[in-house]
Design a binder for this molecule. Structure first.
Ligand code: ADP
Ligand code: MG
Length: 633
């Protein structure tokens, strides 16, 4: 049978072009990727063989072998893993998942060094072969296939590949790289040994390198150059990293292992390795990455821990061991308490999973708590994952307080727009007699910081937490207190100031209400059903007006916007307008004798308030028009 010529998926062609021509620094990553694929292939077969020993009886010792041939300038990476059928080779080595490639392309920066590190992250590792090779031949036989149903796949990386069935006498896969003339350093066994140690020391399968046999010379013996002997020697230590004693493991080893399992190119932010004995025995190795993955907020985001049972790899991305708001955590859990044939569905239901989830959640919380003692690191972490953490207090009621403790916000205490203030910080600065935590949600940091709602609180020297992330309003709508202190929005009608409200002020306000009865009535009549009510403000100092919504707002502003954007018609929300009778603008309006002109003033004062509350108006052009009329006198 002649080999069939196939065109690569367009995305692959683009990618290959890029790999071959621009990603020339840090070339050795290709070896990491190919060893990682070989190790994945072996893990898969190992898992299958648990229930069907026959699959591996003719070749039971899993290994990865690496062999350079100086004459043919080839480097071959072999494994006796699961192998590929012709169809699998065509699809796995000819196409890439759309989402992954797109994201990869989008994330490229033009900085070759950084870009080359991104390869593994997006499931395009195999193609990194073309960084060093101008032709790649793959010979493979699937564990399920007969000898004559082996596969040869070949490509020079220029838009097409060929593939055909051939006879292959062994199970597994050989990747044969025909090295570019400029890349022959990868034929040197010293260089290879160096790379393999770096990238595969933590891999639990032996990685063997074909190298010159070292024979101690007998006394006085001349070296016999002509009779060099070669053999395979194991290069890595092939003991699963997490089964070793923590104190014997170097930080670099933990970091390298992290890169292997996460496909991240950077070191992790922090990690925790724990062996737990007793009732429920397990080992966990958990990592917190430095950077959020591109799809952290996508519904398609895949996450979860690697699951091992008695050191055998069972499944990737097992979501059942951590709550969703910890979906940024990478790592693994290895336990004897689950059966080897556990399925994803079964996993969801067992008591062991629930216990592990509880324990691992606590572990992550304590990792974060520890991290939060280092301000710089924690800020870096929080900028990446803070918003995911905010899902926690609602999703994980049992750990509500522990998660709330980890949240950070900006506040009126400083001019810093980064979120650095914890609820505990806030409480430690509370004024005497204050027993509420005040916060304000707005469209942006600036909108929050300059909001008229803050005027009285600021005047009293009361700190207010400033929030503007989409999730904040939802979060605050779902929690009521922290450490016994009630949360009060700064824009609520009743600020619940308690002893902080001074009596004098209260009396003044009450008399103000009677004093300005006519003014209020005038606004009410003029604005009619555009507002719910008009009242004299108890909070405004520098601003003429503000709007407040019901204490128990039925629907948050953000939610409203989302629903409106999706085409749902919303009942118009009506606000109570607060006016500040001592403000010049209000006085000027009141001095207007012509009712038609007063109506324009009233509308302007309402629109202003809506604008600073919501950052937008339904009808901005009539606002501008009537403002101009009034400005021109
Ligand atoms: P990823 O490893 O992230 O899936 P790669 O580009 O590295 O992406 O590999 C693509 C696919 O090719 C793998 O998912 C696997 O199905 C197949 N593959 C690659 N190398 C091997 C191998 N040595 N044995 C079996 N299958 C392999
Ligand atoms: Mg891979």
């Amino acid at each position: 049978m002649a080999a069939t010529v196939h065109g690569f998926q367009t995305q692959v062609t683009k990618l290959l072009d890029l790999l071959a021509n621009s990603l020339y620094s840090n070339k050795e990553v290709f070896l990491r990727e190919l060893i990682s694929n070989a190790s994945d292939a072996i893990d898969k077969l190992h898992f299958m063989s648990l229930t069907n020993q026959d699959l591996i009886k003719d070749d039971p010792n899993f290994k990865i072998q690496i062999r350079a041939d100086k004459d043919s300038k080839t480097l071959t990476i072999s494994d006796n893993g699961i192998g590929m059928t012709l169809d699998e080779a065509n699809s796995h080595l000819g196409t890439i998942a759309e989402s992954g490639t797109e994201a990869f392309m989008k994330n490229l920066t033009g900085d070759a060094k950084r870009d080359s590190q991104l390869i593994g992250q997006f499931g395009v590792g195999f193609y990194s072969s073309f960084i060093v090779a101008d032709k790649v031949t793959v010979v493979s036989r699937s564990v399920n296939a007969a000898e004559n149903e082996g596969v040869r796949w070949e490509s020079d990386g220029n838009g097409t590949f060929t593939s055909e069935n051939i006879s292959v006498p062994f199970r597994g896969t050989q990747i044969i790289l025909h090295l570019k003339d400029s890349e022959t350093e990868f034929l040197d066994t010293w260089k290879l040994r160096d790379c393999i140690t770096k990238y595969s020391d933590h891999i639990s399968t032996p990685v063997e390198l074909y190298e010159e046999k070292y024979e101690p010379k007998a006394e006085g013996e001349e070296s016999k150059d002509t009779e060099k002997k070669f053999e395979y020697t194991q290069v890595n230590n092939a003991k699963a990293l997490w089964t070793r004693t923590a104190k014997d493991i170097k930080e670099e080893e933990y970091n390298e292992f992290y890169k292997h399992i996460s496909h991240d190119y950077q070191d992790p932010m922090t990690y925790a390795h724990n062996k737990v004995e007793g009732d429920l025995e397990y080992t966990s190795l958990l990592y917190i990455p430095k950077k959020a993955p591109w799809d952290l907020y996508n519904r398609t985001n895949e996450h979860g821990l690697k699951l091992y049972v008695q050191r055998v790899f069972i499944m990737d991305k097992a979501e059942a061991f951590l709550p969703n708001y910890m979906r940024f955590v990478k790592g693994l859990v290895d336990t004897n308490a689950l059966p080897l044939n556990v399925s994803r569905e079964l996993l969801q239901e067992t008591a062991v999973t629930r216990k592990l989830k509880k324990a691992l959640t606590k572990r992550v919380l304590s990792m974060l708590d520890k991290l939060s003692k280092d301000n710089d690191k924690y800020n870096e972490f929080y900028a990446q994952f803070g918003n995911v953490l905010k899902e926690g207090p609602v999703e994980d009621y049992d750990n509500k307080d522990a998660v709330l403790k980890l949240l950070r916000f900006a506040s009126t205490n400083s001019d810093d727009a980064t979120a650095k203030v914890s609820f505990d910080d806030y409480i430690s600065r509370m004024k005497e007699g204050q027993d509420k935590i005040y916060y304000l949600t707005a469209e942006s940091y600036e909108a929050a910081k300059n909001s008229p709602y803050l005027e009285t609180l600021k005047n009293k020297g009361i700190e207010v937490l400033l929030m503007w992330e989409r999730i904040d309003e939802w979060l605050m709508g779902n929690i009521t207190e922290y450490s016994g202190k009630e949360f009060v929005p700064a824009n609520s009608q009743d600020l619940k100031l308690g002893s902080l409200a001074d009596e004098e002020e209260k009396k003044q306000q009450e008399s103000a209400a009677t004093e300005h009865k006519d003014l209020i009535e005038r606004f009410k009549t003029s604005l009619g059903d555009k507002v719910k009510d008009v009242v004299v403000s108890t909070r405004l100092i520098d601003s003429p007006s503000c709007v407040i919504s019901d204490a128990n707002r039925m629907m948050t502003l953000q939610m409203r916007r989302i629903l409106e954007a999706s085409g749902q018609s919303m009942p118009e929300e009506k606000y109570t307008l607060e006016i500040n009778p001592s403000h010049k603008l209000v006085q000027k309006a009141n001095a207007e004798t012509d009712d038609a002109r007063f109506a324009k003033w009233a509308q302007l004062i309402l629109d202003q308030a809506l604008l600073s509350d919501q950052g937008a108006l339904k009808d901005p052009s009539s606002f501008v028009k009537s403002m101009n009329e009034l400005l021109l006198g």
